[in-house]
Ligand binder design. Sequence first.
Ligand code: C5P
Length: 236
Amino acid sequence: MTQTPENPVFCALDTTDVGRAVELAREVAPHVGGLKIGLEFYNANGPQGARAITDVGLPVFFDLKLHDIPNTVAGGIRAVLDLQPAIINVHCCGGRAMMQAAAQEAATAGAKAPLVIGVTMLTSLDASDLADIGVTRSPAEHVVALSQLAKASGLGGVVCSPHEIEAVKAACGQDFKLIVPGIRPAGAATGDQKRVMTPDEALRLGADVLVIGRPITTAPEPRAAAQAIARTLQAA
Ligand code: C5P
């Protein structure tokens, strides 16, 4: 994925039910730029399930968060390349050689190469969790340092919280893609997301892709919810 889609919203299809995921995907397709499947969906349904989602015709982010030795991560990427993911991710904590191997493997798909991005620090972690695993720098410093390592290792971007957009863009440049979850339209329920931002605010700060799940998928009318979000972005 060399170009960011015109509509930056990727709808997270967090379900193990392929039929429901396809139904949702088709319903929101006119008003989103892409779809996201994660570990839950992929582990339950494998490549066949993923194919049902890519067949909808939108770019698909495979949120598989790979983390293993370089050879195994490269193999994991090779194994899904024929499904033509638009975006795929690996954990930055896997280190430089692992990220390089991921980027090199993805590049073998030529023009159809997915954008490989890094997971810096899971948003479920805080400073005390970092201390538990021996990381003494602050969460903000950790995210920026891992983003810089991801860039130096050949990745095209990272996943980050809306509150990290400006610091990561400043450290890694405007071309380094930021894939941003934790997005809530004004007035929407936050659920388990603690530090949220509206879609237009995140876009204005420099987000390239907005990952939005429940505000669309659990709305009484998912298509209308996606359309309403798209409208706020056109006005932004
Ligand atoms: O429903 P909601 O909009 O909170 O969904 C956000 C999606 O982004 C989920 O699929 C979640 O797993 C994912 N995600 C996240 N925070 C991260 C990384 C991924 O919310 N740091």
